[in-house]
Design a protein around this ligand. Structure first.
Ligand SMILES: [Zn+2]
Length: 208
């Protein structure tokens, strides 16, 4: 998982097609479907509701998300098998939002797998949206979403533009979490250092 402080989370991701071959840093080439499957598994393991490609180090416009039966408690009890509570799952390629109701909603708590342990209420999100996207079969689709699900989609699509939920709150909120954020940034730095030494090793092996 790419964490707060990782530059990939701040870059605008590029469009892709369903037939692309993708290379997640640290792994071999994979199809979009394989990457989406891995992302879905990772999301369940981490008890999340959504995961965007930049969060696994891949700068493409792709995210996965789920709608749970009781969608207000995203984490829930650790003993409940998450997958048994899934109502719908989504894999979206090149998603584009249209706001259907400009009324902002601030009522839910928001968190992010890339900013572990930090949850905040008050992130303003459009209450009702439509998302146009391409599915894994390359079909164009549109889905309407309200309330919590609309919030999830907006959070994930923000990731594709390099935006994190803390950016949408007053700067004081980020300041309040400065200590925790510095810790997360340090983890991120260590991870990237390990990854780059792993990649150097791979290049050496390829040359041998
Ligand atoms: Zn997130």
């Amino acid at each position: 998982m790419r964490l707060y402080g990782d530059p990939v989370l701040r870059r605008k991701a590029r469009p892709l097609t369903a037939t692309d071959t993708l290379t997640v840093p640290g792994f071999g080439p994979q199809t979009v479907r394989e990457v989406a499957d891995t992302m879905m598994e990772t999301m369940f393991e981490q008890r999340g509701v959504g995961l965007a490609a930049p969060q696994i180090g891949l700068g493409v416009r792709l995210f996965v998300a789920v709608e749970y039966e009781d969608d207000e408690e995203e984490g829930g009890d650790d003993d409940t098998p998450l997958k048994s509570r899934v109502l719908r799952d989504f894999v979206m390629i090149n998603p584009v939002i249209a706001v259907l109701n400009k009324k902002k909603d601030k009522s839910y708590q928001e968190g992010c797998l890339s900013i572990p342990g930090i949850y905040e209420e008050g992130v303003p999100r459009a209450r009702q949206i439509a998302v146009r996207y391409t599915d894994l079969d390359g079909q164009e689709r549109t889905i309407e979403a309200e309330d919590y699900l609309a919030r999830v989609f907006q959070h994930e699509i923000d990731h594709l533009d390099g935006v994190l939920f803390l950016d949408r709150l007053p700067a004081e909120v980020t300041d309040d979490h400065r200590k925790e954020l510095l810790k997360i940034q340090q983890h991120s730095k260590n991870f990237l250092a390990n990854l780059s030494s792993w990649e150097k090793e791979q290049h050496l092996k390829e040359r041998l």
